[in-house]
Design a binder for this molecule. Structure first.
Ligand code: PRP
Length: 208
């Protein structure tokens, strides 16, 4: 059995579609019930449904052999896993955004609201721009609207959330997409099963 950690939430549908196109049976995963473990006996796979930010934890600790995680999460937490494949789905970007009337007052630290603390620190350290971080866990766009931060560092996919809150992107930091990751010892000891998954995803999704 290959244990696979899948992200719940906005990436889930895209990942399930990709697996279905590749011949895996994820129909039970797509059913909207509260189960967290599903077995695809024909393909020898057991799926775990976890929070997107936790996929890498399950894989790093070997509870899952492989998983699907956003590049944003991998950049933020730098888990000790192999990144096997860019699935080229769930495409978005990490960006700096602010209210439309924002201008950077360079005589004081920039206050940045984000859940991506490490990515943000690295980004501004490279620019030599002192910052103060406000760590939030969601609805980041609220922070500048309420005067709690100057800017945000967050995921932008369609840009709708920014637009509907009178904000815009100021700087792009990095493009993001979903990656297939593997536990390092699983990659060694379950190599043929992992390689089969990689091969099927590659050909099913038309990835070079
Ligand atoms: C993410 C992100 C933005 C939004 C961007 O939030 O934090 O708020 O999606 O998407 P868009 O550009 O297509 O509007 P998510 O919905 O994951 O929830 P969160 O607020 O809990 O982070």
């Amino acid at each position: 059995m290959l244990n696979v950690a899948l992200p719940k939430g906005r990436l889930a549908d895209k990942v399930c579609r990709a697996l279905t196109e590749t011949g895996y049976n994820v129909a039970p995963v797509e059913k909207d019930d509260r189960r967290l473990v599903f077995t695809d006996g024909d393909n020898g796979i057991k799926y775990f449904l976890v929070k997107p930010s936790d996929v890498a934890v399950y894989v790093e600790r070997g509870a899952a052999d492989v998983g699907v995680a956003g590049k944003d999460i991998l950049l933020e937490y730098e888990p000790d896993v192999y990144e096997l494949l860019d699935l080229k789905i769930g495409k978005c970007r990490l960006a700096v955004a602010a209210k439309a009337d924002f201008f950077d007052e360079l005589d004081r630290p920039l206050v940045v609201a984000t859940k991506f603390v490490n990515v943000t620190k690295d980004y501004y350290a490279k620019k030599n721009r002192p910052i103060e971080i406000v760590k939030l866990n969601g609805s980041i766009e609220l922070a500048p609207l309420l005067g709690m931060s100057d800017v945000i560092v967050d995921i932008v996919e369609t840009g709708t959330t920014l637009r509907e809150n009178g904000m815009k992107v100021y700087e792009d930091i990095v493009p993001v997409s979903a990656r297939l990751i593997a536990n390092k010892s699983s990659y060694k000891f379950k190599k043929s099963a992992v390689d089969e998954l990689v091969g099927r995803l590659r050909s099913g999704l038309g990835i070079q």
